[in-house]
Design a protein around this ligand. Structure first.
Ligand SMILES: *Cc1c(COP(=O)(O)O)cnc(C)c1O
Length: 361
């Protein structure tokens, strides 16, 4: 069987060129007679791999020198705890609740301090991004927290909230490297890599250096969750996920070779437009979120009939368009069209939807 078009929300599609390079290098990485999976993380060869990966992501995102780039384990989820543990000097933070991931981060933060929900779109099942131009943010909040792209619901902040001078912390798991960013707008940017960057098993945290405390304000913060531990050791405090660092490095190279983040943004918008334009004129399928807040990465849609949805999922999957079933909490369908999804994949999906619509109306 050939390769399918994989619309999974994560772990997700990787660029074919990257997979080919990894395959070619798996027995013998650059003449050292072993694979990256087998070598010491203290070796010169591996140091070269991690240094190059950091250099390339810095170049891609334009990360200034006063930010650390950390390659960590524990997923995005572990940063839900690390963020309050390292940042809650006043024991207070403001959370904007735009979906399950923001809510989970908020709940986790409440274990460590006073995490206040300052806005939410739960009243309409997270189908929009709340107005964040004039939020009631406590003066002494240590940071304002957002989930920038809501993987499950398919919404995205197209404008960052007005934090009124507070530090902004963003979970960018599902929009990481999908467009250029101004890193200076954030105190902390982090994301699990398994959506848009690499294989599952790592989170990348980009943290403004002055926010990394000598001693975490939350008592008993484990050594591994102290950003200082990880920053001092340049992500090599203990054995890191060497393979993932290598794979992400290959993805960074692939992005650079393909024009960087402005070019990938243009390709992503073109793909998303094709799908949204189809949805907007379809009589069978329709999108579920407010158009102004639509994500370019995750596109949920429904027919309004659960049996019809199930039929579509089964038939599209048999046709080689896989992992298109919506999240269990929302139902319907969701097409995740990350960086590595080619335009042809979205075209194949739209053509199939059109054919399905004709057959079923
Ligand atoms: C998938 C996802 C997570 C969870 O990531 P893990 O690496 O599994 O912990 C967190 N936030 C967002 C926005 C996600 O899409």
């Amino acid at each position: 069987m050939g390769r399918v078009y994989n619309f999974s929300a994560g772990p997700a599609v990787l660029p074919e060129e990257v997979l080919r390079t990894a395959a070619a290098e798996i027995m013998d990485y650059h003449g050292c007679g072993q694979s990256v999976m087998e070598m010491s993380h203290r070796s010169k060869v591996f140091q070269g791999i991690i240094d190059e990966a950091e250099h390339d992501i810095r170049e891609l995102m334009g990360i200034p020198d006063n930010y650390e780039v950390l390659f960590l384990q524990g997923g995005a989820y572990q940063q839900f705890a690390a963020v309050p543990m390292n940042l809650m000097k006043n024991g207070k933070a403001a959370y904007i609740i735009t979906g399950q991931w923001a809510k989970k981060a908020w709940k986790e933060a409440k274990i460590y301090g006073d995490a206040v929900a300052v806005a939410s779109s739960e009243d309409k099942t997270f189908t929009y991004i709340p107005d964040c131009s004039d939020l009631d943010i406590p003066e002494d909040a240590d940071y304002v927290y957002i989930c920038e792209n809501n993987t499950i619901y398919g919404t995205k902040y197209h404008k960052l909230p007005n934090t009124k001078g507070h530090v902004l912390v963003a979970d960018v798991s599902s929009c990481f490297l999908s467009e250029p960013v101004n890193v200076n707008d954030y105190g902390v940017i982090y994301g699990g890599v398994q959506k848009n960057v690499g294989p599952a098993g790592m989170v990348i945290s980009i943290i403004r250096k002055d926010l990394i405390p000598e001693e975490p304000p939350v008592a008993n913060t484990p050594t591994m969750l102290r950003w200082k531990t990880q920053a001092d050791a340049h992500s090599l405090f203990n054995t890191p996920n060497c393979w993932d660092i290598y794979m992400c490095g290959l993805v960074f190279k692939w992005l650079k070779e393909n024009g960087g983040l402005s070019a990938v943004k243009e390709r992503n918008e073109k793909k998303a437009k094709l799908l949204y334009d189809y949805l907007d004129q379809s009589k069978l399928f329709h999108g579920t979120v407010v158009p102004a807040d639509r994500s370019v990465m995750n596109v949920p849609f429904v027919t309004g009939n659960a049996d019809m949805d199930a039929k579509f999922v089964a038939e599209s999957s048999a046709y080689g368009l896989v992992n298109i079933k919506g999240h269990r909490s929302v139902g319907g369908m969701r097409a995740s069209i990350y960086n590595a999804m080619p335009y042809e994949g979205v075209e194949a999906l739209v053509n199939f939807m059109d054919k399905f619509e004709k057959e079923n109306s």
